[in-house]
Every structure is written in C-alpha cells, then in structure tokens.
Design a protein around this ligand. Structure first.
Ligand code: COA
Length: 443
C-alpha cells in the first residue's frame, strides 16, 4: 500500500474538524431539477447519503420547474406566470402534484442506492396566494407553516426528509408552492446551520457581474464568500440579471441562516468540498455579525456617554469626558441596531505591538445578546489587521467575562512602557491579555 501524503493527512484532519463541528446539525439542500438529469447526480446522492449516515440531518427540497413544464406540455397545458410565479390552475394541479412527487422519487431512488432511507412527505402547510395583480393564482400557494415535528421525527430516525413543491391547506387542498419558498421556510423553521442552493449555475464569477468595490475574488475570478451587505450591493449593481440563487441566498441569510452555499451540483464532490474543506468551489453567504459595528461619529458621543455614565458612576469604567472620547474618536466603534447605538468599545494602540481594549459597554436593555462579545472580537480582529500581536484589558469588575473570552491574567510588567507609566495604582485594575494568534479558537 502506498504511503499517505501530508496533503492527504491534512485533508483528513480538515474533514474531521468540520465533521465534529457540524455533527447533528440540520442542513437543507435545495436542488434544481436539471441536476437530476446530470450524469453526476448519483454521486451527489451518494455524498448526501454519506452525510446522513455520519450524523448530519439532511433535508432535500427538490426544484421541479422544468419537469412540471414538460408534464403539463405533454397534457396540452401551458402555464401563465405573474412575474416568476406560475399560475397553477385547478386543471393543472393533479399533474403538478404528480410531477413534483416524481422528482422527489428520483432523490429517494438515488439515496436507496446508498441504502439510506428517505421520506417524501406532506411536511408543508400552505395557503393560497389568492389574487395577485388582478390574476387569480388558483392552486398556487405559499408556505403557511413548516411541520417541523413531522420532519424531525423523520430526521431523528436517521432518514432523509424530502419536501416536494406541494403544500396542503388544513382542509387538504393541494397548492403548488415554489421550492425556493419551501427551502427558505424549512431552513429557518428547522434552525438549519446551512442551506445549500444546488443548481447548474453554481458559485458566482467576478467576470460575469458588475462588482462593487472591495469584494474579495479568488482563483479563476471566483467569488468565494460574501456578506449579506455585499450580496445586496451585487444585486443592486446587476439589476438587469435575474440571479435567482443569490436572491434566495440573501433572503435566507437575512432570515438568520448562518451560512448559505451556492454550488454547481454537476461538479463532482461539490457538497463535500464546500463542507469539509476551505477549498469549496461555491460562493458562500455568511451572516456577518460585524455588520452592525461601525466607527464612532461625533454625533454618537452623547449616546455612548449615556451608556457609560452609570458604569462610570459605579467605578466599573474609568471616567471619560466627551472631549477625551472625541480626541481618540478613531479608536472607538459602536454597535448600532435600527439606527441607535446599543454598545461601544475602543482599541488604543500603545506601541510595542500591543493594544488596549477599553470602554466596552452594552446597553442594559441588550445584555446577553452577544453585543459585548462581537465588539471585543471585532477589536481583536482590528488589532490583528494592524499588526498587533497582543491585546490587553484593565478591569476591576469584569475579569470572569474576559477569561470566558480567552483572556489570561498577567502582570503589569507585560504592559508596554507607556501604559505602565499611566497605570492607576490607586484603581488597582487587574490586567488580562490575549495573544492575537490564538484568538481564533478562543473567542
Ligand atoms: C460585560 C459586558 C460588556 C457584557 O456585555 P453583553 O453584551 O451582555 O455580553 P455578551 O452578550 O457577549 O455575553 C454575555 C455573557 O457574559 C456573561 N457576563 C456578562 N457580564 C459578566 C461579568 N461581569 N462577568 C462574567 N460574566 C459576565 C453573561 O452572563 C452572559 O453569559 P451567557 O452567554 O452564558 O448567558 C456588559 O455586561 C457591560 O456593559 N458591563 C459593564 C462594563 C464593563 O464591565 N466593561 C468591561 C470593562 S472594559
């Protein structure tokens, strides 16, 4: 047997790392119909079966548009649309149901080949769209409710749940529901850690679109990852292009799905590569908790003084005046929600490669929502980007919290000389520090 190379060993390590990180997590795969006709489809099913067998909870939402079109055409029916939404007539709905379940069965057959059980179910409660732009949408519906308990029962048994693009009213009336809507609703209702949008288009290439500034582009002009904010900017710069995958990804991301991956289902191993290595071939949209953090403006100073005042009065924070903050304005950041400031913090560079994290305060109405942690992490990232190797804090009341964030108590001798000289011995704060290279795993 030939010896394993280091790169193979690294790959195995990486796979174990991701496997343990996502073990037991729910992942939703919205897979377009043309993928089921591709020669690579059995391999895609094999990979999803592998995930289901190794502890991931797999939910599949098949897109069936092209197959529904073909079935309707075969029966002499052509669909009308309002925008991109099909009007499913009362005559068409039995054929649409048949087509949707046929597509679901393709997935079930693919999984059976890997001996993984799957259930195609009536997991979606639907309601009719009614009249849209003056047109009766008849049997076209939208998601009323995803029946998560039923889906969870299937997943708990280690089986794969398949959600065809049909939902039922409480009275049992069938509705054709766009698979994008089902994928979106299922991902959020099930708290999926990931939504995969699997199409024949795959990840975005920078050469195909007008890009706003500062979008990171990888090899072959490939856009590896985007924040929702960046995705929004791309959609705005390319209004003439449909970009349905990016639109769905953005909606899912805004609805709270942490990671949405747009991949090409015809590429062998695309799901596994995207999931288990950092060399994925798709485009990932990731919820950016830093999005709400921005630089301090002069107009914010009264707001952060309002946050800090009770803490300064109690001696938890060092007293600062508006002028002190204004002088070091560039060091400060604020966390803004709906236009108002709810937390703040600062990073002061004291030289010798060290920065002080200070003035961390969260609005009492927003405690335990992660704002303080986001600000600290943001400031640690900022310190790293500025080439600092260590951040420290001086605290009288909050040592446990900083320890929880990975900071370690240290002595005054470890501070840069300038800070040692301004240290207030009367206040006698404890000193905690974090080496930047370790922050990734600790915070
Ligand atoms: C410390 C502080 C910034 C935390 O803000 P936050 O936005 O609530 O923080 P997060 O949501 O990220 O973290 C909350 C967690 O930390 C814990 N925590 C909060 N304050 C703590 C403290 N003083 N000691 C230990 N743990 C603390 C909470 O119990 C919570 O734990 P949980 O996630 O297990 O429920 C906030 O309480 C505050 O403004 N304190 C006063 C100012 C201060 O001490 N600043 C630091 C000196 S620079």
């Amino acid at each position: 047997m030939s010896k394993m190379s280091w790169s193979q060993v690294d790959l195995i390590r990486e796979a174990f790392h991701y496997q343990s990180r996502f073990d037991g997590a729910t992942m939703v795969f919205k897979i377009d119909f043309p993928i089921t006709d591709d020669p690579g489809f059995p391999y895609l099913m094999k990979d999803l079966a592998l995930l289901a067998r190794t502890g991931f909870r797999v939910v599949i939402v098949p897109g069936a548009k092209e197959w529904i079109d073909a079935v309707l055409l075969e029966h002499g029916m052509v669909s009308n649309y309002v925008g991109t939404t099909r009007i499913t007539t009362t005559q068409a709905i039995p054929f649409v149901e048949m087509a949707a379940f046929h597509v679901g069965a393709r997935f079930m057959t693919g999984l059976s080949a890997s001996r993984v059980d799957a259930v195609i179910g009536n997991f979606v409660r639907a309601q009719g769209l009614g009249v849209v732009e003056g047109r009766d949408m008849e049997n076209t519906g939208t998601v009323d409710k995803v029946l998560i308990n039923a889906i969870r029962r299937v997943l708990n048994e280690g089986m794969v749940s398949i959600l065809p693009c049909i939902g039922y009213s409480p009275a049992g009336k069938p509705y054709n529901v766009p698979s994008d809507e089902i994928a979106l609703a299922a991902s959020t209702a099930l708290g999926a850690v990931k939504l995969f949008i699997v199409s024949v288009h795959g990840g975005l290439r920078a050469t195909d679109y007008a890009l706003p500034e500062n979008i990171a582009v990888g090899e072959n002009h490939h856009i590896l990852k985007l924040t929702p904010h960046e995705a929004e900017a791309i959609l705005k710069h390319n209004e003439d292009k449909p970009l349905p995958e990016l639109r769905l990804a953005l909606r899912a991301s805004r609805a709270g799905v942490e990671r949405v991956h747009i991949i090409d289902g015809r590429e062998e191993g695309a799901v596994l590569r995207e999931l288990f290595s950092n060399m994925g071939a798709g485009t990932m949209l990731y919820a950016d908790e830093y999005e709400a953090i921005r630089a301090l403006k002069s107009a914010d100073i009264p707001d952060i003084l309002r946050l800090m005042e009770p803490l300064m009065r109690q001696g938890i924070l060092v007293r600062r005046r508006g002028e002190d903050i204004s002088e070091k304005k560039a060091d400060y950041v604020v966390f803004e929600i709906d236009g108002s400031v709810h937390a703040c913090g600062a990073l002061h560079d004291w030289g010798e490669g060290q920065g002080e994290i200070a003035a961390i305060a969260t609005d009492p109405a927003c405690v335990d929502m992660g704002l303080g942690r986001y600000i600290v992490r943001y400031l640690i990232d900022r310190a790293g980007q500025r080439g600092l190797h260590r951040v420290f804090v001086l605290t009288t009341h909050t040592q446990d919290w900083f320890e929880f964030l990975g900071f370690i108590e240290c002595s005054i001798e470890t501070l840069p000389a300038k800070r040692r000289h301004t240290y207030d011995h009367h206040r006698n704060s404890k000193i905690f520090a974090l080496e930047i290279e370790n922050q990734d795993k600790q915070c």
